[in-house]
Design a protein around this ligand. Structure first.
Ligand code: SF4
Length: 280
């Protein structure tokens, strides 16, 4: 049994929200550079150069990549041999978010109530997903996500007879409807199977996988590639102004489901896909 003080988790979250908001992950940067090299439409290519320049300046100057510094989701993979000590882990995570957003001078975007819209002032509460894993490690992924892309999410409970053709059509249609709103080039997270909440969770979790790492199951990796090709044929392009590259990647996760269900969830993330991973 390993004892981990929640203070360490607070400190890790506090640093990670700053890293995530100011430095694009290496795989996303690489994806944007690859997109710039492949893009054949001059205006779209120029937009990709501007997006890359923005990322360079943000990293060098410690400035946020985007004014929308997002709602923070924190995914914790908690080894079941770990005992958390020193307080409540949810409070520690929120304190980490609070301190990190204050130190980084990041915009606080959370409102206390969906209808009265009063800002909580410190970008808390975060949304926390806790998963138990084997071993003694704590892996924390901090994932701030802006509303421009979040608001374009869609979920469908398809009929099983609609099969892959129906699921494929739903994903591509979601990107078509979203158009410029999620600030393309986007990363498309797809969750298929489970039930309503599981499919949504999988679509989000898919966005945490580096975009240069296809799904380990070749059949699913094939579907990811098929979706990416269909999405890029839409011609939406960087920032919706037309071009070859609408999406940098499609990441899909699947799960067993009920005999009468085919849930499909789509979570879109903008070119400013921010995540930071810390292991304790
Ligand atoms: S969708 Fe992304 S890049 Fe666009 S405004 Fe929102 S956070 Fe910023």
């Amino acid at each position: 049994m390993r004892i981990v003080d929640v203070e360490k988790i607070k400190e890790a979250v506090s640093k990670a929200v700053i890293t995530a908001n100011t430095q694009l992950p290496a795989d996303v940067l690489e994806g944007l550079q690859k997109a710039r090299d492949l893009e054949t439409v001059p205006r779209a290519r120029r937009l990709l150069e501007i997006i890359l320049e923005n990322a360079r300046q943000a990293q060098e100057e410690g400035m946020p990549l985007c004014q929308d510094t997002g709602l923070v989701t924190v995914h914790i993979e908690l080894g079941q041999e770990v005992h958390l000590d020193g307080g409540n882990v949810y409070q520690a995570i929120n304190q980490g978010v609070r301190e990190g957003y204050k130190a980084g001078y990041f915009r606080a975007s959370m409102v206390k109530d969906p209808l009265n819209r009063i800002n909580t002032g410190d970008n808390t509460p975060a949304i926390v997903h806790l998963e138990l894993t084997d071993g003694e490690e704590v892996v924390i992924t901090v994932f701030p996500k802006g509303a421009g892309s979040e608001n374009m999410s869609r979920t469908a409970m398809l009929k099983p007879a609609e099969g892959w053709a129906g699921a494929r059509q739903f994903v591509v249609e979601t990107v078509r409807i979203a158009n410029a709103n999620p600030c393309p080039p986007i990363i498309v997270g797809v969750g298929m199977g489970g039930n309503l909440e599981k499919a949504c969770f999988l679509a989000k979790k898919a966005l945490l996988r580096p975009i240069n790492r296809p799904h380990p199951d070749p059949k699913i990796a094939e579907k990811e590639a098929e979706l990416l090709q269909a999405i890029n044929q839409l011609g939406i392009g960087p920032q919706g102004l037309g071009g070859d590259i609408t999406a940098l990647a499609v990441n899909m996760e699947v799960y067993p489901t009920h005999i009468a269900s085919l849930p499909v969830a789509v979570s879109l993330n903008c070119h400013s896909t921010r995540r930071a991973v810390v292991k304790i």
